[in-house]
Design a protein around this ligand. Structure first.
Ligand code: SF4
Length: 467
């Protein structure tokens, strides 16, 4: 998961991109960067850390130019290191180009090996650089080279490519990751989420369609559909956890979707006797509100989040993740003492963070804990740009729901059924979503990973029907 933003034709391109990145910061906190196009050159500024740490007034003053692309990163391929910070900048036969990418190529290892055999020298560990090497080898105009190179990659990806003359946006034919087009008084704005458009007071024009390549040049937009259509596979986890509640993802407001997931969860678990509904903040709040709406059990913010610690899910190592979880959430004993609690979270990945939370609720005096999760058990890793870990680290891949309940030391454990989650995500229409992390049914081949996914005895990881 990363966030990308693009600005075409504004004298304040870098400033707008900078603000846009603030609204996408939740999508990546390891590094940030902006590249602007100024006359015949591209001007970069990238660094490790949050947007507010990477950019100061001086850095923005250097970023002159009328178009810009920006990126916030968390690593799914390549380590958390400055050399992997994006946008990546290259000098090619097509001139200078900068690339910002949100997604994950599933045939990256094969392509990289093949390119290296043909003499390519890589500067970073990212799969994004593979796209640059591919298009640098393609003849003809840049747009044709971009299309030819994207025909060779598999997996997920929204791309922004900047040259001194053009800003090109592309979304993979499956539509895994979101990308929207906005307008601010004639300035075109591209962003991973509408939260960036809202912050800039820009008007949402439309989503970039799956498989679309949009070329912005001298104030004009050209839309191309060069790829054969693929099975629509929008990432439902964007709706469950990743995106900001004020964003509209795949045409639906995230806050409203999560609230409906919470209502579905309450309908599914009718009969739980409890005194309070408590969310795991922040991403469990909307679902907990929905649960409370439907069940009539009062909503209480009995876990207080410190906003000075990063997202636990997004930290690169388990050690840091566990430390951050302890620092991040504090129970309110006065609200919890002697109460029967419905604890609502959006998902359980490894289970270690959830266990710390349930332990802290017990410490604070909760009498009963009924854990309600607004998505099904995560049984398979994501290969499309989300850092859900390997099978053996996913608690639901190796334990039954009853075993997880005992591990978490809760009185009952409930996961939202797959069909209910999809209905909520699609506003009644459950089709067009990727659900691979919940079902093991991947919408594309994953050639780089098939070996890694196999168990030692040669069997594949188990598929689970959660309905
Ligand atoms: S596997 Fe899960 S997280 Fe990855 S794209 Fe599919 S739904 Fe999203």
């Amino acid at each position: 998961m990363c966030g990308i933003v693009g600005i075409a034709d504004s004298p304040q391109a870098a400033q707008l991109a900078h603000l846009g990145l603030f609204a996408l910061q939740h999508r990546g906190q390891e590094s940030a960067g902006i590249v602007t196009s100024y006359r015949c050159e591209l001007r970069p500024h990238v660094g490790m850390g949050l947007v507010c740490e990477v950019f100061d007034r001086q850095a923005l003053q250097v970023l002159t130019g009328e178009s810009a692309i920006g990126h916030v990163r968390y690593s799914t391929t390549g380590a958390s290191h400055l050399k992997n910070a994006q946008p990546l900048l290259f000098k090619t036969v097509h001139g200078p180009i900068a690339i910002a990418h949100n997604g994950n190529l599933t045939n990256a290892a094969r392509l990289r090996r093949s390119l290296e055999h043909r003499g390519a020298i890589f500067q970073s560990d990212t799969d994004t650089e593979i796209i640059a090497h591919l298009l640098a080898r393609e003849p003809g105009p840049l747009v044709s080279a971009v299309i030819a190179s994207l025909r060779q990659v598999e997996g997920s990806g929204c791309l922004l490519i900047l040259t001194p003359e053009q800003l090109i946006a592309a979304r993979d034919p499956y539509g895994f990751r979101p990308l929207v087009l906005g307008d601010l008084d004639g300035t075109a704005i591209l962003a991973s989420e509408t939260s960036a458009l809202n912050l800039l007071k820009a008007r949402l024009v439309r989503e970039i369609a799956p498989g679309e390549v949009l070329v912005l040049e001298r104030g004009r937009a050209r839309s191309l559909k060069p790829f054969p259509p693929a099975k629509l596979s929008r990432c439902v986890f964007e709706q469950v956890y990743l995106a900001r509640p004020d964003s509209n993802i795949f045409g639906r407001n995230v806050q409203a979707v999560r609230r409906e997931m919470g209502r579905e969860l309450a309908r599914q678990t009718k009969g739980i006797k409890a005194d309070v509904v408590v969310p795991v903040p922040d991403s469990g709040v909307s679902a907990a509100l929905g649960f409370s709406d439907e069940s009539g059990i009062p909503f209480e913010m009995a876990l207080v989040r410190s906003h000075y610690v990063g997202r636990t899910f997004i930290k690169p190592s388990q050690e840091l993740r566990e430390l951050a979880a302890e620092l991040k959430l504090a129970p309110v004993p006065e609200t919890l003492r002697g109460k029967r609690v419905v604890l609502v979270d959006d998902s359980i990945v490894r289970g270690t963070t959830s266990l710390k939370i349930t332990n802290s609720l017990r410490w604070a005096g909760a009498r009963e804990i009924h854990m309600a999760v607004s998505s099904p058990p995560i049984v398979s890793p994501c290969h499309y740009g989300i850092d859900t870990p390997r099978c053996e680290e996913l608690i639901a891949n190796r334990r039954s729901i009853e075993e997880i309940r005992r591990f978490l030391k809760v009185d009952s454990l409930h996961y939202l059924e797959l069909g209910r989650m999809l209905r909520a995500a699609g506003g009644g229409d459950p089709s067009g979503f990727c659900t691979a992390c919940f079902t093991g049914a991947y919408p594309t081949p994953i050639p780089d990973y098939e070996q890694r996914m196999a168990k030692p005895d040669g069997r594949k990881h188990r598929k689970v029907d959660t309905r």
